[in-house]
Write a protein that binds this ligand. Structure first.
Ligand SMILES: Cc1cc2nc3c(=O)[nH]c(=O)nc-3n(C[C@H](O)[C@H](O)[C@H](O)COP(=O)(O)OP(=O)(O)OC[C@H]3O[C@@H](n4cnc5c(N)ncnc54)[C@H](O)[C@@H]3O)c2cc1C
Length: 486
């Protein structure tokens, strides 16, 4: 059928779809395991592996000089995690304090040390050049992956307009890996309704969209902003509002609505508690640290169905790190009468006759409040249902893939998508679409690397590459350290 339709076909043993951090770390592992660039292709609609991540972090107020959430040794450019980012920044910025913080003070006497976004991007670029990343990149929009009768898969892609004589090209491969990131933005229903009904995309914004105009407006006149959400993005947005208030001597009022207002330590039982207060649930990283390599990782690997779903529920929930600077800013805001946090569920948002917004908010005790603001910044949702991504919708419908206990794509412990085996081929997936599997930390740098290692080991078992042992790994580390090709 492919040949009859006149679609050009390329034979490539391994393709990874997405071209973000997840694809990058997977081909990084495979290059280090010894797979040549000629055997792999990255099919992606972006130019650099960090492009989407940088877009989302910049919108959510983490420009290059600011610090991200994950720790010093979560290095997507370095499969060994050594030397850590803290060592590198300490060397580069001649600042020994970073090493003291990471070695002795965090997390009790100081905040967790985390790297600057710019440090991550600079190192990704170095590693991408080292492994010949751009020799493997093919730009385009992937439409579907289907099993082949003869084993393996066909991947159908639309190349960018004007770059190919045909509208579609097909890749025939034994192995496919999917890491397409977030299926889309998820808007709160009342805000979605407001945007659709009034066609106003300026005053109600999502924190993951460009919304610099809000901060610019506030520099020109006193204004009120409603912030919604209790995660790290809400923390970042508050920091930006407070920083600007201080730097430019502004009068900005901040109303912060939490759907769930956390007042203290909480958790399912005494062994699993998280600190909280003033509305927030506090946690250094987005999961307890042991999911990446401790008892939760081991425990989760054994859980199926309802037991797994319950465990995700027990350790889930929106949370943010308790950073000293944020605590001080909020305290000053409460004392100064310009930061107003409270619990409530917003029932609807309407425009006022003078061009502002009124939110109708019902608190748990039944009280109704109607705060009026110039802007609403929604810091709640990034993740839409996986079926909103065409690729996953197609896999679920035609290729035997199915959902895990939390509704996303069910994968094996080695990240093969269950139900999609095809002859001697295998289809793998990692990243947020696979959350709910045997490994919870999958949508993080380190988690994507854990997945990549599982995939590389599985591919070694299937004969696609050599196994990695300690000697070869050490030799490869030296190549990494001296920036020599793999
Ligand atoms: C604001 C923010 C901050 C985060 N901070 C951290 C942190 O500090 N530490 C940490 O460990 N993790 C962090 N994460 C989580 C996670 O590590 C990153 O989101 C990471 O970028 C996920 O990698 P990915 O490959 O799954 O997705 P992405 O990096 O988003 O890449 C997926 C790519 O696939 C492309 N794509 C989608 N569909 C198609 C298609 N059909 N055809 C071709 N290409 C397609 C997309 O354009 C996208 O570029 C953060 C996430 C967000 C949103």
């Amino acid at each position: 059928m492919v040949a009859q339709a006149g679609i050009p076909m390329h034979d490539i043993p391994f393709v990874t779809i997405g071209g973000g951090i997840g694809s990058f770390v997977t081909v990084d592992y495979l290059r280090i395991y010894g797979v040549p660039t000629s055997q792999m292709r990255v099919l992606s609609n972006i130019d650099t592996p960090w492009q989407t991540y940088e877009f989302l972090t910049r919108c959510s107020q983490i420009p290059r000089p600011e610090r991200i959430r994950s720790d010093s040794s979560s290095r997507p450019d370095n499969i060994w995690g050594f030397p850590s980012y803290a060592l590198e920044e300490a060397w580069r910025e001649k600042n020994l304090k970073y090493l003291i913080q990471v070695g002795f003070l965090e997390p009790i006497f100081d905040d967790y040390w985390t790297p600057r976004a710019g440090t991550v991007f600079r190192n990704l670029e170095r590693e991408a050049k080292r492994i010949g990343y751009w020799d493997m990149l093919i730009k385009g929009q992937v439409r579907m992956v289907r099993k082949r009768v003869g084993g393996g898969y066909f991947t159908v892609m639309n190349p960018p307009d004007g770059t190919s004589p045909t509208k579609r090209v097909v890749f025939r491969s034994r192995f496919v890996h999917i890491a397409v990131g977030y299926p889309g933005l998820k808007y709160l229903p009342d805000l979605q309704e407001f945007r659709q009904k009034y066609g106003d995309f300026t005053h109600v914004v999502n924190a993951y969209e460009p919304h610099e105009h809000v901060y610019e407006f506030l520099k020109t006149r006193p204004g009120t902003v409603v912030v919604r959400g209790g995660g790290i993005v809400a923390s970042r947005v508050l920091q930006r509002l407070f920083d600007d208030r201080e730097k430019f001597n502004l009068q900005t009022q901040v109303i912060h609505i939490f759907r769930t207002f956390v007042t203290g330590s909480h958790g399912p039982h005494i062994w699993m508690r998280r600190k909280g207060g003033d509305g927030w649930a506090y946690q250094g990283f987005n999961y307890p640290k042991s999911v990446w390599g401790g008892q939760l990782k081991a425990e989760m690997r054994k859980l199926e169905g309802e037991a797994r779903r319950q465990k995700y529920k027990d350790m889930g929930g929106t949370n943010t790190p308790k950073r000293r600077r944020w605590q001080e800013q909020m305290k000053a805001g409460r004392a100064g009468g310009y930061y107003h946090p409270f619990q409530g569920v917003v029932e609807r948002v309407e425009p006022t006759s003078d061009g502002k917004l009124v939110s109708h908010v019902r608190s748990n005790d039944g009280t109704i409040r109607q705060p009026v603001s110039d802007f609403i910044i929604d810091c709640t949702g990034l993740e839409a249902d996986i079926a909103e991504h065409r690729l996953f919708a197609d896999l679920l419908q035609y290729s035997g893939a199915y959902r895990n206990p939390v509704g996303r794509l069910e994968v094996e412990r080695h990240f093969e998508v269950k139900g999609t085996a095809s002859g001697n081929g295998a289809l793998y997936a990692s990243g947020s679409a696979t959350l709910g599997g045997y490994f919870p930390g999958v949508d993080t740098f380190l988690g994507l690397q854990v997945a990549a290692q599982e995939i590389a080991d599985d591919l070694a078992k299937r004969g696609f590459c050599r196994k990695m042992g300690p000697l070869r790994s050490t030799a490869q580390w030296f190549k990494w350290a001296f920036n020599k090709p793999v």
